[in-house]
Design a binder for this molecule. Structure first.
Ligand code: DGY
Length: 325
């Protein structure tokens, strides 16, 4: 008998069809967001789960489903899964790194540019019929080329943003990360490791690319925003909760920083109402990895992981590889 799996969100039909060749698949073509109770009900008897970042798997969920052997996220981030609890119970967790690095870095750079050069704000102005003359100071903002790019979280995506800035736009790159990059990775882009306070003080454009965890919750709050230049921009393509959205909205309203670009939000898809009323923020609905090719690659990699995990293969991108040993 084929093992049973849950595909908890709508995904490419080709990916579901491929999974059906190996598994009894319960899928969700209507793309309803399951409550924790419904998710738990649908996990009954399932050996594996194909998830996105919106489904939570915690210790209680695992205890209710001791038959579950693999939790495969179609996302590089996996803060929706209690990895320690999975490991303790021998449940494999996988994610989808690498396949989305360049697409997400493209988007981070685009969002930073849109934020600095006030593209959304000026488009709203034009569309609402307010444009009646050219003016020397209309929608002026900070330059991107030659400016100081600050990266908080210098993993693969952070390095992708840094390469774009240094090599394409002549930006000076500073970064803060728990571990420093080897000199041979810093040198081609002239990247300099600095402490967090220096990063906040010196960056003209700060881009957040660090994973969410209890330690990074509100890594950017009122105190950190107060260290930034009033001309600086902040871009978040990492996770909601890394920025204190209420504090950010207030800093934007009071022009304590120039502008922000946000693709992720605390409690998304809800957005803090104050962010919806300040003009100097560009808001996008968690789409940094949303190119067609990348989303297909993410879905296929999540499927590869699930198939390997439940058929005795080697999952390509495990998070807790120790479970395989
Ligand atoms: C990721 O891959 O983590 C993206 O943010 C989509 O959830």
């Amino acid at each position: 008998m084929k093992p049973a799996v849950l595909v908890a969100r709508a995904v490419f039909p080709e990916t579901v069809a491929r999974l059906r060749t190996v598994f009894e698949v319960e899928d969700n073509p209507e793309d309803r967001i399951y409550s924790a109770e419904e998710l738990s009900r649908r996990l009954q008897g399932k050996a594996g789960a194909f998830l996105t970042a919106s489904e939570r798997i915690d210790a209680a969920m695992l205890d209710a489903h001791p038959q579950l052997r693999a939790v495969c996220n179609m996302a590089v981030g996996y803060n929706n899964v209690d990895v320690a609890a999975c490991t303790a119970r021998g449940v494999l967790v996988t994610n989808t790194p690498d396949v989305l690095t360049e697409t997400t870095a493209d988007f981070g750079f685009a969002l930073m540019m849109a934020t600095a050069r006030r593209i959304a704000e000026s488009e709203h102005f034009l569309r609402s019929g307010q444009w009646n003359k050219w003016a020397y100071d209309m929608f002026t903002g900070p330059d991107v080329h030659g400016a100081t790019l600050g990266i908080l979280g210098m993993g693969r995506i952070g390095q992708g943003v840094a390469h774009r800035g240094a090599l394409g736009f002549g930006m000076k790159v500073i970064y803060h990360n728990r571990s420093r990059l080897p000199a041979e990775q810093e040198a081609p882009i002239g990247a300099r490791w600095v402490d967090k306070a220096t990063l906040l003080r010196e960056a003209d454009h700060l881009v957040l690319v660090l994973p969410y965890s209890a330690a990074s919750h509100h890594a950017i709050g009122a105190a950190e925003l107060a260290l930034m230049k009033p001309t600086a921009t902040l871009t978040n393509i990492a996770r909601g909760g890394i920025v204190d959205d209420a504090a950010l909205a207030q800093a934007l309203r009071e022009r304590r920083i120039a502008a922000a670009g946000l693709d992720v939000f605390e409690g998304e898809p809800k957005v803090h109402p104050d962010l919806l009323t300040v003009p100097n923020v560009v808001l996008t609905p968690h789409i940094a990895s949303a190119s067609v090719a990348t989303r297909r690659a993410m879905a296929e990699l999540a499927a590869d992981n699930l198939i390997a995990a439940l058929t005795g293969g080697v999952p390509p991108t495990p998070v807790n590889a120790e479970v395989l040993r």
